[in-house]
Design a protein around this ligand. Sequence first.
Ligand code: ZN
Length: 439
Amino acid sequence: MAMTPHRSPWLARARTSWARVLLWLAAAALAPAAAAQTAAAVRAAADQQQAAVLETLKTLVGIESGSRDVEGLTRIAELAAARLLAAGMTVEVLPSRPPGFDPRARGSERGPMVRGTLRGTGERKVLLIAHLDTVYPRGMGEKQPFRVEGDRAYGLGISDDKGGVALVLHTVELLRVLGHTGFAELGVLLNADEEIGSAGSAALLTQLGSEYDAVLSFEGGGVDIDAVRLATSSTASVELRVTGRASHAGANPEGGRNALVELAHQILKTRDYGEPGVGLKINWTIARSGEVGNVIPALAMAHGDVRAENAADLDRLEARLAEAARDRLIPDTTVEMRMRRGRPAFRANAASRALAVHAQAVFGEIGRTLDVRERSAGGGTDAAYAAMRARGGVLEGFGLRGAGSHSNDREYIFVSSIVPRLYLATRMVMDIGAGKVSW
Ligand SMILES: [Zn+2]
């Protein structure tokens, strides 16, 4: 066999792979510099948006949008839709239709939702959610206009959740300014019935949660300390209904079956079924029985308020209540204990935890610390609906720092939280979209 005058293929391969390693080493050495450059560019762009965010907040607060104010909600939805459109998104304004919706029923009408989508060139799909509705009835806003005092910007609904809406709009805008499309898809969903339970938007939120790799929910981001949340509470109620038999209370009491006494028995037995250690609460709040003073009551009902941090705790409580209903004090009475589940609890999965850890790192890029809350403070949010069948992670608390939600003339956000939180949201979209957060 003749000697080849050329380099052996092995040597050529080795040289190529060494070249690759060297290139990789060079890239690795430059990566921190590139990352720092990105951080500086996003930070500078976020800085430039602060005045515009305040202007947006003023505009949003200026449109009253209580959950039942369809006219106000339609106006604020149109404004948000126009902003997303201008930022390059494909936008739809969608009706909110709770299950069993009947347009003839009084008060059943809900405000519209706004959905925006933008295709990109990256790896993962990111969804940003916030709500347009507030708890305040029409007329309250007129007497309490938007105003800035020192570091505080006041306004009805500014912390819950117009600050979140403003941040979503400006995150999309900031990405446009930066010319960044390094995500598979960027989505926005702004709903209009969060404060009344999200019945008209829950199904869509759950569907989108199953389609997007990550959902960032823009409810308040803490009060004095910046935070994100890995848990929110669920709400539920119990309807207790006792059926007995009526009879004359004077002439024939033994002929009756006293529903009121059985109700009292059930309430006393179940009042301690809460488990404070895990955030499970049951509190009886309403009871009704009897109409006439000399009749043994045949009917009695009670209502209990229930809070829990996860579905398993509710299941356990429901089972105990069912068992309690079988053990009766008054023979021949019927006891029905029916639990109605409202908003579910949100519990973080591994992907949500990975998002939280990454959010802390991103916030660290601008020299700030981000608190990650493991326990719910008692409230429920739409993060729970997004997480029900999530294919990836869900994280709550991307809104502005602020306080005074659901109060009168004391609701505000911290102006100094605008730039850091805008930076956080924008950088999270960039890194998740590029596949830099793994779970
Ligand atoms: Zn809210």
